[in-house]
Design a protein around this ligand. Structure first.
Ligand code: ADP
Length: 398
């Protein structure tokens, strides 16, 4: 069977896609559909080898976005209906307590993904529409859902339980699920491969620092704790999300500042985090502001690092000993300043960063701790598309 997989990541107003070979990781084409459903700014950027095509114009819905992307595949010489695709792999954000394995999509599975929208109202509806549209455009090709929550189904009860009224929690699915699982699992395996040891022997702390950010503690290949919770708002400070907050802040703001529910959701999802503190959410811009002497930007950086180190400390204690600390995603892979600040002053715990290694850019997995340090600090590029492609390929072809 063909190992060619179309991977789709459908967000509320965007679609990221990649056509790749699961075995060799060779990417045939990739692209991004943006501003779906918006009056202005609709855009598809499609790349295939050396060719880069851009389409601009309104994209009314996900189906239209996919159709446009399919057109662009055709324009670069790939007809997806006859290209020999073995599977379509969909990133699905929330699997609830139902899905923790890559799952072949049937009508029933799709219905359940839709029902789980109550837990992920910003994500699962778009994932479901993406699945439905692909089934129409590529009939007969098996589709596989790979869940962002799956890797965290092993969280021990004490780590996944919130201390609120147990009956209310049980009735409404209120528990810690965790997100970014595909990335945490992928980089933890890559780190083990790099160290030449099986995951079953390793205690790992993973920092996935992108626009969204999360950390996890992984013992013997199984997640035992993670920073994101019932929603992707909890935990680390992120580009536009605050991470941990005193839950009393929201009722306070609703009472004294007159914020209603949509305003609270806007504040928590879009106007907090690095952006809330500094005005920018892109880490590169934040670093430029800091270099220019902007005090709020410096504070945003310090708050980000402070929160990250709180979890580092917690996970060191939870694991007891740690073999490797891994940084991944846009900020984790590209910001030496974040990595250095996150691990500063910890040589007494066996954690050290070699400045020259930390500052040197290089592709692939690399160690930034001195060889003599007991804890291997690694930068591991994540590749969620490849992880999804491999999961889909394995399910369909095994
Ligand atoms: P997501 O997939 O969550 O959208 P990414 O993993 O692509 O996010 O990470 C995006 C973040 O990575 C942005 O904040 C961006 O500024 C940051 N980033 C990308 N390149 C660099 C860099 N060279 N230095 C610092 N931050 C970077």
């Amino acid at each position: 069977m063909s190992d060619l997989v179309l991977v789709l990541n459908c967000g509320s107003s965007s679609i990221k896609y990649q056509l790749l070979h699961a075995d060799s990781a060779q990417v045939r084409a990739s692209g991004l559909v943006e501003k779906i459903g918006e009056a202005h700014g609709g855009r598809v950027v499609h790349e295939c080898g050396e060719q880069k095509l851009v389409h601009e114009g309104p994209i009314p819905d996900h189906r239209a976005g996919l159709r446009q992307a399919f057109e662009m595949f055709r324009a670069t010489g790939i007809d997806l209906t006859t290209a020999g695709i073995g599977a379509v792999g969909h990133r699905v954000v929330h699997g609830g307590e139902v899905f923790w394995q890559p799952t072949l999509i049937t009508g029933e599975v799709l219905r359940t993904i839709r029902e789980l929208s109550v837990l992920a109202p910003l994500h699962n509806p778009a994932n479901a529409i993406g699945i439905e549209s692909t089934s129409e455009l590529l009939p007969g090709i098996p589709e596989v859902a790979v869940f962002d929550t799956a890797f965290f189904h092993t969280l021990p009860e004490a780590a996944r339980t919130y201390a609120i009224d147990a009956k209310i929690a049980a009735a409404h699915g209120v528990r810690r699920y965790g997100f970014h699982g595909t990335s945490h699992e992928y980089v933890s395996e890559k780190a083990a491969e790099y160290l030449g040891r099986p995951t079953s022997e390793l205690n790992q702390i993973i920092f996935h620092l992108g626009n969204g950010a999360s950390a996890s503690a992984v013992r013997g290949g199984l997640a035992i704790d993670t920073t994101m919770g019932m929603t992707p708002l909890e935990g680390l400070v992120m580009g536009t999300r605050p991470g941990d907050l005193d839950p009393g802040i929201m009722p306070h703001l609703m009472n004294v500042a007159g914020l209603d529910l949509p305003a609270v959701e806007q504040l928590l999802n879009r106007d907090s985090g690095i952006k809330g503190l500094s005005g920018v959410n892109d880490f590169r811009e934040l670093q430029q502001l800091i270099e220019g002497g902007d005090a709020q930007a410096k504070l945003a950086f310090d708050v980000y690092i402070h929160q990250l180190r709180r979890y580092l400390g917690a996970y060191l204690v939870e694991l007891g000993t740690v073999d490797t600390i891994v940084f991944t995603a846009g900020v984790g892979e590209n910001s030496p300043a974040v990595r250095a600040a996150a691990l500063a002053g910890l040589t007494g715990l066996g954690i050290d960063v070699d400045n020259a290694r930390n500052e040197t850019r290089a592709p692939g997995v690399r160690r930034i701790s001195p060889d003599s340090a007991p804890v291997a600090v690694l930068v591991v590029p994540t590749n969620e598309e490849l992880a999804i492609a491999r999961a889909a390929d394995e399910l369909v072809n095994s």
